[in-house]
Design a protein around this ligand. Structure first.
Ligand SMILES: [Mg+2]
Length: 236
């Protein structure tokens, strides 16, 4: 059994909420049919349940809005997909500015982990609802575009983070010891009992529970397991 570390991106590696707010505003500012009065706090509260860019349409649209609690029940319409295209086009425009990663600061956890990502890239993967290109460009800005990235495109194709993990055979019995770090309790719940260590990051966007861990604690777990795994590999 070999150890693999699967990391969420938003709220674990990067504090990207303000970037998402900037992108959503750019996609809607001055356009009829979209609210122009959304404050950052309202955006953040809604974002906690967003798993796909089209969901933001149900916050910004004046005609199609739904409360965050009802978002799970909504099936996307053509207008939602159009919104998602506008959102990614706005992100592409913002990313064309070489300074853009500055709107997306890294957490201390990323800086703690970066040497390990660079030294053992094959032991890590990123599993995120964000589009792959923006993840890779952010990592590249920090000289860390070295690990496999599973993003929005994979989750749309396969259905969920858990479905991506299954597709990658991370849940195959006896094959991997998977450590999965996410800041959203709802993203970790499907993995409970399916992997060895679902770890809740206490520095992201969700509420803290008794089992939540700090960045230093998660880093200690990852580096200890890496040490054991690397020593075992040397002995073979
Ligand atoms: Mg997250």
């Amino acid at each position: 059994m070999d150890v693999k570390f699967v990391l969420d991106f938003d709220g674990v590696l990067f504090n990207s909420a303000f970037e998402a707010f900037t992108v959503a505003n750019r996609a809607t500012t001055g356009r009829d049919g979209f609210r122009q009065d959304i404050a950052y706090e309202e955006f953040l509260a809604y974002r906690a349940v967003v798993t796909d860019a089209w969901h933001y349409n149900r916050l910004y649209s004046t005609a199609q809005a739904v409360p965050a609690a009802a978002l799970r029940e909504v099936e996307p319409t053509d207008a939602d997909w159009a919104f998602a295209r506008d959102f990614f086009a706005a992100r592409a425009e913002i990313m064309a500015d070489p300074e853009w990663p500055k709107v997306m600061p890294a957490y201390d956890f990323f800086f703690l982990l970066k040497p390990l990502l660079q030294q053992y890239p094959d032991r890590f993967a990123i599993l995120s609802t964000r589009n792959i290109q923006s993840i890779r460009e952010t990592l590249a800005f920090h000289d860390a575009d070295v690990v496999r990235v599973f993003g929005q495109e994979d989750i749309r194709r396969l259905g969920s983070k858990l479905a991506v993990a299954k597709h990658e055979h991370w849940l195959d019995r006896g094959k991997w010891l998977i450590v999965y770090v996410d800041d959203m309790n709802s993203h970790l719940e499907p993995f409970e009992g399916q992997i060895h260590l679902p770890l809740h990051a206490n520095w992201g966007y969700d509420h803290v529970t008794l089992g939540s861990l700090s960045a230093n604690q998660v880093h200690t777990i990852i580096s200890s397991l890496l040490n054991i795994a690397e020593r075992a590999a040397d002995e073979v």
